[in-house]
Design a protein around this ligand. Structure first.
Ligand code: NAD
Length: 275
Protein backbone atom coordinates (compact mmCIF):
# COMPACT_ATOMS: atom_id res chain seq x y z
CA UNK A 1 0.00 0.00 0.00
CA UNK A 2 1.37 3.34 -1.14
CA UNK A 3 0.90 5.11 2.15
CA UNK A 4 3.62 3.28 3.99
CA UNK A 5 6.12 3.66 1.14
CA UNK A 6 5.74 7.42 1.16
CA UNK A 7 8.28 8.32 3.86
CA UNK A 8 11.11 10.53 2.66
CA UNK A 9 14.47 8.83 2.98
CA UNK A 10 17.24 10.34 5.08
CA UNK A 11 19.39 10.73 1.98
CA UNK A 12 16.72 12.75 0.17
CA UNK A 13 16.32 15.10 3.11
CA UNK A 14 20.01 15.90 3.42
CA UNK A 15 20.93 16.08 -0.26
CA UNK A 16 19.34 19.47 -0.94
CA UNK A 17 16.33 18.72 -3.12
CA UNK A 18 13.73 21.48 -2.85
CA UNK A 19 10.88 19.04 -2.39
CA UNK A 20 12.32 18.09 0.97
CA UNK A 21 11.97 21.57 2.42
CA UNK A 22 10.13 21.02 5.70
CA UNK A 23 7.63 23.79 4.94
CA UNK A 24 6.81 22.14 1.60
CA UNK A 25 6.10 18.90 3.44
CA UNK A 26 3.53 20.75 5.54
CA UNK A 27 1.69 21.98 2.43
CA UNK A 28 -1.66 20.42 1.58
CA UNK A 29 -1.98 21.53 -2.05
CA UNK A 30 -4.46 19.45 -4.02
CA UNK A 31 -5.71 17.58 -0.95
CA UNK A 32 -9.40 17.20 -0.19
CA UNK A 33 -10.49 17.83 3.39
CA UNK A 34 -13.69 18.03 5.37
CA UNK A 35 -14.26 19.55 8.80
CA UNK A 36 -17.32 18.68 10.89
CA UNK A 37 -18.55 21.40 13.21
CA UNK A 38 -16.76 23.67 10.74
CA UNK A 39 -19.30 26.48 11.02
CA UNK A 40 -17.94 27.96 14.21
CA UNK A 41 -15.23 27.93 16.86
CA UNK A 42 -12.42 25.40 16.55
CA UNK A 43 -13.80 23.81 13.36
CA UNK A 44 -13.93 27.19 11.64
CA UNK A 45 -10.28 27.79 12.57
CA UNK A 46 -9.36 24.29 11.36
CA UNK A 47 -11.13 24.97 8.04
CA UNK A 48 -9.16 28.19 7.55
CA UNK A 49 -5.85 26.57 8.53
CA UNK A 50 -6.22 23.55 6.23
CA UNK A 51 -7.42 25.79 3.41
CA UNK A 52 -4.54 28.25 3.82
CA UNK A 53 -2.17 25.27 3.60
CA UNK A 54 -3.68 24.40 0.20
CA UNK A 55 -6.53 21.93 0.77
CA UNK A 56 -10.04 22.14 -0.66
CA UNK A 57 -12.50 22.24 2.24
CA UNK A 58 -15.98 20.82 2.74
CA UNK A 59 -17.31 22.78 5.70
CA UNK A 60 -19.85 20.58 7.45
CA UNK A 61 -22.20 21.68 10.18
CA UNK A 62 -25.63 20.88 11.59
CA UNK A 63 -26.28 24.62 11.06
CA UNK A 64 -26.05 25.11 7.29
CA UNK A 65 -26.01 28.92 7.51
CA UNK A 66 -22.88 28.84 9.67
CA UNK A 67 -21.18 26.44 7.29
CA UNK A 68 -22.09 28.67 4.34
CA UNK A 69 -20.63 31.73 6.07
CA UNK A 70 -17.33 29.94 6.67
CA UNK A 71 -17.24 28.58 3.11
CA UNK A 72 -17.68 32.17 1.91
CA UNK A 73 -14.82 33.35 4.14
CA UNK A 74 -12.65 30.66 2.56
CA UNK A 75 -13.68 31.56 -0.99
CA UNK A 76 -12.71 35.18 -0.26
CA UNK A 77 -9.22 33.91 0.57
CA UNK A 78 -9.15 32.01 -2.73
CA UNK A 79 -9.69 28.63 -1.06
CA UNK A 80 -11.95 26.18 -2.89
CA UNK A 81 -14.74 25.19 -0.53
CA UNK A 82 -18.28 23.92 -0.21
CA UNK A 83 -20.78 24.05 2.65
CA UNK A 84 -22.79 20.96 3.60
CA UNK A 85 -25.44 20.38 6.26
CA UNK A 86 -25.18 17.23 8.35
CA UNK A 87 -25.94 16.01 11.83
CA UNK A 88 -22.99 13.73 12.55
CA UNK A 89 -25.14 11.65 14.89
CA UNK A 90 -27.25 10.53 11.90
CA UNK A 91 -25.90 7.64 9.87
CA UNK A 92 -27.59 8.75 6.63
CA UNK A 93 -26.18 12.29 6.97
CA UNK A 94 -22.66 11.00 7.49
CA UNK A 95 -22.78 8.69 4.49
CA UNK A 96 -24.34 11.43 2.34
CA UNK A 97 -21.58 13.96 3.02
CA UNK A 98 -18.83 11.41 2.40
CA UNK A 99 -20.51 10.31 -0.84
CA UNK A 100 -20.99 13.94 -1.92
CA UNK A 101 -17.36 14.86 -1.33
CA UNK A 102 -16.14 11.83 -3.27
CA UNK A 103 -18.63 12.58 -6.07
CA UNK A 104 -17.50 16.23 -6.28
CA UNK A 105 -13.78 16.01 -5.62
CA UNK A 106 -12.94 12.35 -6.21
CA UNK A 107 -11.32 11.50 -2.89
CA UNK A 108 -10.93 12.36 0.79
CA UNK A 109 -7.40 12.95 2.07
CA UNK A 110 -8.13 14.70 5.36
CA UNK A 111 -11.08 14.00 7.65
CA UNK A 112 -11.39 16.39 10.54
CA UNK A 113 -13.98 14.98 12.92
CA UNK A 114 -14.45 17.93 15.21
CA UNK A 115 -18.18 18.37 15.95
CA UNK A 116 -18.92 17.94 19.64
CA UNK A 117 -21.29 19.07 22.38
CA UNK A 118 -21.04 19.59 26.12
CA UNK A 119 -24.24 19.45 28.19
CA UNK A 120 -22.66 20.11 31.59
CA UNK A 121 -25.01 18.91 34.31
CA UNK A 122 -24.11 17.50 37.74
CA UNK A 123 -23.58 13.75 37.55
CA UNK A 124 -26.43 12.92 39.94
CA UNK A 125 -28.77 14.90 37.68
CA UNK A 126 -27.48 13.74 34.31
CA UNK A 127 -30.38 12.25 32.40
CA UNK A 128 -30.10 9.36 30.00
CA UNK A 129 -31.23 11.73 27.29
CA UNK A 130 -28.25 14.01 27.99
CA UNK A 131 -25.91 11.03 28.19
CA UNK A 132 -27.20 9.58 24.93
CA UNK A 133 -27.15 12.89 23.05
CA UNK A 134 -23.56 13.56 24.19
CA UNK A 135 -22.39 10.10 23.17
CA UNK A 136 -24.39 10.11 19.94
CA UNK A 137 -22.59 13.23 18.74
CA UNK A 138 -19.17 13.05 20.44
CA UNK A 139 -18.42 9.34 20.11
CA UNK A 140 -20.94 7.38 18.02
CA UNK A 141 -21.12 10.16 15.41
CA UNK A 142 -17.35 10.49 15.37
CA UNK A 143 -17.04 6.73 14.90
CA UNK A 144 -19.45 6.81 11.94
CA UNK A 145 -17.42 9.63 10.35
CA UNK A 146 -14.14 7.77 10.93
CA UNK A 147 -15.59 4.60 9.42
CA UNK A 148 -17.20 6.23 6.36
CA UNK A 149 -14.17 8.42 5.56
CA UNK A 150 -11.80 5.63 6.58
CA UNK A 151 -13.29 3.25 4.00
CA UNK A 152 -12.57 5.82 1.27
CA UNK A 153 -9.04 6.35 2.56
CA UNK A 154 -8.33 2.62 2.84
CA UNK A 155 -9.35 2.22 -0.80
CA UNK A 156 -6.96 5.09 -1.71
CA UNK A 157 -4.17 3.66 0.43
CA UNK A 158 -3.67 7.03 2.06
CA UNK A 159 -5.48 9.36 4.41
CA UNK A 160 -5.29 11.43 7.55
CA UNK A 161 -8.01 11.42 10.18
CA UNK A 162 -7.84 14.08 12.88
CA UNK A 163 -10.36 13.79 15.68
CA UNK A 164 -11.06 16.52 18.20
CA UNK A 165 -10.91 15.03 21.68
CA UNK A 166 -10.32 17.24 24.73
CA UNK A 167 -8.02 17.73 27.67
CA UNK A 168 -11.06 16.43 29.57
CA UNK A 169 -10.13 12.99 28.20
CA UNK A 170 -7.06 13.10 30.47
CA UNK A 171 -7.98 15.12 33.54
CA UNK A 172 -11.23 15.98 35.26
CA UNK A 173 -11.57 19.71 34.68
CA UNK A 174 -12.20 21.44 37.98
CA UNK A 175 -14.89 22.03 39.19
CA UNK A 176 -16.18 18.92 37.49
CA UNK A 177 -19.68 19.00 36.04
CA UNK A 178 -19.42 17.20 32.75
CA UNK A 179 -19.45 13.45 33.32
CA UNK A 180 -20.88 12.46 29.95
CA UNK A 181 -18.57 14.86 28.10
CA UNK A 182 -15.37 13.73 29.85
CA UNK A 183 -16.25 10.09 29.36
CA UNK A 184 -17.14 10.52 25.69
CA UNK A 185 -13.84 12.33 25.04
CA UNK A 186 -11.84 9.58 26.76
CA UNK A 187 -13.61 7.28 24.30
CA UNK A 188 -12.45 9.44 21.40
CA UNK A 189 -8.83 8.95 22.48
CA UNK A 190 -9.18 5.18 22.73
CA UNK A 191 -11.02 5.02 19.39
CA UNK A 192 -8.18 7.06 17.86
CA UNK A 193 -5.53 4.74 19.30
CA UNK A 194 -7.36 1.65 18.08
CA UNK A 195 -8.08 2.86 14.54
CA UNK A 196 -4.66 4.49 14.36
CA UNK A 197 -2.87 1.21 14.91
CA UNK A 198 -5.35 -0.90 12.92
CA UNK A 199 -5.17 1.16 9.72
CA UNK A 200 -1.63 2.59 9.54
CA UNK A 201 -0.20 -0.35 7.58
CA UNK A 202 -2.78 0.49 4.90
CA UNK A 203 -1.74 4.16 4.83
CA UNK A 204 -4.43 5.68 7.03
CA UNK A 205 -3.22 7.66 10.04
CA UNK A 206 -5.62 8.48 12.85
CA UNK A 207 -4.63 11.05 15.46
CA UNK A 208 -6.47 13.40 17.79
CA UNK A 209 -6.03 16.88 19.19
CA UNK A 210 -6.93 17.59 22.79
CA UNK A 211 -7.44 21.29 23.35
CA UNK A 212 -7.54 22.76 26.81
CA UNK A 213 -10.11 25.46 27.43
CA UNK A 214 -10.61 27.39 24.25
CA UNK A 215 -12.26 30.74 23.87
CA UNK A 216 -15.19 29.73 21.61
CA UNK A 217 -18.98 30.07 21.81
CA UNK A 218 -19.10 26.59 23.42
CA UNK A 219 -17.78 27.91 26.73
CA UNK A 220 -19.81 31.11 26.74
CA UNK A 221 -23.06 29.32 27.48
CA UNK A 222 -24.83 30.28 30.72
CA UNK A 223 -23.99 26.87 32.15
CA UNK A 224 -20.25 27.14 31.54
CA UNK A 225 -19.62 30.86 32.07
CA UNK A 226 -19.21 30.65 35.87
CA UNK A 227 -16.63 27.90 35.46
CA UNK A 228 -14.37 29.85 33.13
CA UNK A 229 -12.90 32.00 35.93
CA UNK A 230 -12.11 28.89 38.01
CA UNK A 231 -10.43 27.29 35.03
CA UNK A 232 -8.26 30.37 34.43
CA UNK A 233 -6.57 29.74 37.78
CA UNK A 234 -5.67 26.21 36.64
CA UNK A 235 -3.81 27.22 33.47
CA UNK A 236 -0.03 27.64 33.79
CA UNK A 237 -0.07 29.72 30.60
CA UNK A 238 -2.30 32.22 32.40
CA UNK A 239 -4.87 32.52 29.65
CA UNK A 240 -7.45 30.56 27.71
CA UNK A 241 -6.44 29.07 24.38
CA UNK A 242 -7.43 30.97 21.26
CA UNK A 243 -8.52 28.92 18.27
CA UNK A 244 -5.38 30.17 16.51
CA UNK A 245 -3.29 28.28 19.08
CA UNK A 246 -4.61 25.03 17.53
CA UNK A 247 -4.21 25.77 13.84
CA UNK A 248 -0.62 24.65 13.21
CA UNK A 249 -1.33 21.32 14.91
CA UNK A 250 -4.15 20.39 12.55
CA UNK A 251 -2.05 21.28 9.50
CA UNK A 252 0.84 19.20 10.83
CA UNK A 253 -1.35 16.16 11.51
CA UNK A 254 -2.99 16.56 8.07
CA UNK A 255 0.35 16.76 6.28
CA UNK A 256 2.83 14.16 5.11
CA UNK A 257 5.30 15.55 7.67
CA UNK A 258 3.44 13.60 10.36
CA UNK A 259 3.12 10.33 8.44
CA UNK A 260 4.95 8.37 11.15
CA UNK A 261 2.46 9.50 13.82
CA UNK A 262 -0.67 7.50 14.48
CA UNK A 263 -2.95 6.96 17.45
CA UNK A 264 -1.44 10.07 19.01
CA UNK A 265 -3.23 12.51 21.29
CA UNK A 266 -1.73 15.95 20.73
CA UNK A 267 -2.51 17.94 23.87
CA UNK A 268 -2.61 21.74 23.56
CA UNK A 269 -3.65 23.19 26.89
CA UNK A 270 -1.09 25.75 28.12
CA UNK A 271 0.18 23.16 30.61
CA UNK A 272 -3.16 22.70 32.37
CA UNK A 273 -3.17 18.90 32.37
CA UNK A 274 0.20 18.91 34.20
CA UNK A 275 -0.94 20.88 37.25
P1 NAD B 1 -18.71 25.27 19.20
O1 NAD B 1 -19.95 24.94 19.93
O2 NAD B 1 -18.20 26.67 19.21
O3 NAD B 1 -18.84 24.80 17.68
C1 NAD B 1 -19.30 23.51 17.41
C2 NAD B 1 -19.89 23.48 16.03
O4 NAD B 1 -20.35 22.14 15.80
C3 NAD B 1 -21.08 24.39 15.88
O5 NAD B 1 -20.99 25.12 14.67
C4 NAD B 1 -22.28 23.43 15.86
O6 NAD B 1 -23.35 23.91 15.06
C5 NAD B 1 -21.66 22.17 15.28
N1 NAD B 1 -22.37 20.96 15.69
C6 NAD B 1 -22.90 20.67 16.90
N2 NAD B 1 -23.50 19.47 16.87
C7 NAD B 1 -23.34 18.98 15.63
C8 NAD B 1 -23.76 17.80 14.97
N3 NAD B 1 -24.48 16.86 15.62
N4 NAD B 1 -23.42 17.61 13.67
C9 NAD B 1 -22.71 18.55 13.01
N5 NAD B 1 -22.31 19.70 13.57
C10 NAD B 1 -22.62 19.92 14.86
O7 NAD B 1 -17.59 24.28 19.79
P2 NAD B 1 -16.00 24.34 19.75
O8 NAD B 1 -15.53 24.92 21.02
O9 NAD B 1 -15.53 24.89 18.48
O10 NAD B 1 -15.71 22.78 19.85
C11 NAD B 1 -15.34 22.00 18.74
C12 NAD B 1 -14.81 20.69 19.28
O11 NAD B 1 -13.74 20.95 20.19
C13 NAD B 1 -15.84 19.88 20.07
O12 NAD B 1 -15.66 18.51 19.82
C14 NAD B 1 -15.48 20.20 21.51
O13 NAD B 1 -15.87 19.17 22.38
C15 NAD B 1 -13.98 20.30 21.41
N6 NAD B 1 -13.33 21.02 22.49
C16 NAD B 1 -13.69 22.30 22.77
C17 NAD B 1 -13.04 22.94 23.81
C18 NAD B 1 -13.37 24.36 24.19
O14 NAD B 1 -12.92 24.80 25.26
N7 NAD B 1 -14.08 25.11 23.40
C19 NAD B 1 -12.05 22.30 24.54
C20 NAD B 1 -11.73 21.00 24.21
C21 NAD B 1 -12.38 20.37 23.17
Amino acid sequence: SGGMQKGISNDAVFSGYNRCCILDRLRLDGKVAYVTGGGQGIGRAFSHALGEAGAKIAVIDIALEKAKTVALELELKGIKSVAMAADVSKEEDVQRIVDNIVANWGRIDIACNNAGINMNSASEDTTLEEWDRTFNVNLRGLFMCCQAAGRVMLSQGYGKIINTASMASLIVPHPQKQLAYNTSKAGVVKLTQTLGTEWIDRGVRVNCISPGIVDTPLIHTDALKPLVQCWMNDIPAGRLAQVTDLQAAVVFLASEASDYMTGHNLVIEGGQSLW
